[in-house]
Design a binder for this molecule. Structure first.
Ligand code: NCD
Length: 308
């Protein structure tokens, strides 16, 4: 199987269509592994992956851990509060020391955009960005592309509506790059204060009318309002938001009848999405999660040269 011709996975902005296709194709094989009674393969035996999560995470951390275990790689976890960062050591020194103990890859979540890129320039091992500030979350973007492709066969020409807080969302950013590279038509919808100008520059349609955004959509991708990243009053308030943007049964009925409903989690039920829709027949939210394990297995395999 071919390797990914790159050392790191830092974002989808810089990933080509061929590279994305290779990851999705490899993830398909990994999904087959996950469907077996025993999901463990020896592909990365003897490899060590560092998990450096400097921001809260449930799904992404568990998913990377499971991916490593399924591939027989060893993991070492370092969190901010328990590391020497609190003693004044720089991030670069911390990671270079850990690498010198024999780590082959670093999975990093960090509140600052660009932190994984900086580390990638300073170590020999691979760096996988597990979310850097409001910048990118490439493994989430890839698992979303994979989930859509599994249902729709191809991403080319699909109408995808992304609704919510786009400005603060690294998930939106990675999805917008990935979907655009793969030929999907992306419509962005949310309060005008939460839509960054770059989306029109790269060819997305922007609307503040949720009904217009979801009409005839093949995929509705709902995002959380990232209150923890808001400065000042960019958010109109939960009641106003609900009235204007919540994805509910009536709004979803405007989409294509076989439209997929997606959300990266964590969900705020009753704010950006109603419970009946989140748990409804069109929701693939609980498929995104195991697909995340398959995609992360694929990435680790491709980066660490599993066959060797
Ligand atoms: C997202 C994140 O942390 O960027 N969650 C995730 O990784 N599944 C989205 C969010 O926090 O809203």
């Amino acid at each position: 199987m071919p390797e990914l011709a790159r050392k790191d996975v830092l974002g989808l902005e810089t990933m080509s269509r061929q590279e994305i296709e290779l990851v999705l194709h490899t993830a398909d094989s990994m999904r087959e592994v996950l469907d077996r009674p025993i999901t463990k393969v020896p592909a990365l035996r003897g490899r060590t992956v560092l998990m450096m999560f400097y921001e809260p995470s449930t799904r992404t951390l568990a998913s990377f851990n499971l991916a490593c275990k399924n591939m027989s790689a060893d993991t070492v976890s370092v969190s901010k509060s328990s590391s020497s960062l609190v003693k004044g050591e720089s991030l670069r020194d911390t990671i270079q020391n850990l690498e010198s103990m024999g780590a082959d890859a670093v999975v990093m979540r960090h509140p600052s955009a660009g932190a994984p890129h900086y580390i990638a320039r300073n170590i020999e091992g691979s760096v996988l960005n597990a979310g850097d500030g409001a910048h990118e979350h490439p493994t989430q973007g890839l698992l979303d592309l994979f989930t859509i492709e599994q249902h729709k066969g191809s991403l080319e020409g699909l109408k995808v509506a992304i609704v919510g807080d786009i400005l603060h969302s690294r998930v939106a950013r990675s999805n917008i790059w990935g979907l655009s590279t793969m030929g999907a038509d992306v419509t962005i919808c949310g309060p005008s204060t939460l839509i960054p100008p770059y989306v029109t520059e790269i060819g997305c349609t922007v609307t503040h009318d949720v009904r217009e955004a979801v009409t005839d959509a093949d995929v509705i991708y709902v995002l959380r309002i990232q209150l923890e990243r808001q400065e000042g009053s960019m958010f109109p308030g939960a009641r106003e938001y609900r009235r204007l943007f919540t994805i509910d049964a009536e709004r979803i009925s405007l989409a294509s009848p076989d439209a997929l409903l997606m959300h990266p989690g964590p969900m705020n039920r009753g704010v950006e999405i109603t419970t009946d829709v989140a748990d409804g027949a069109q929701s693939v939210i609980l498929e995104q999660v195991p697909n995340g394990v398959a995609v992360r297995m694929a990435l680790l395999y491709l980066l660490l040269g599993g066959g060797e």
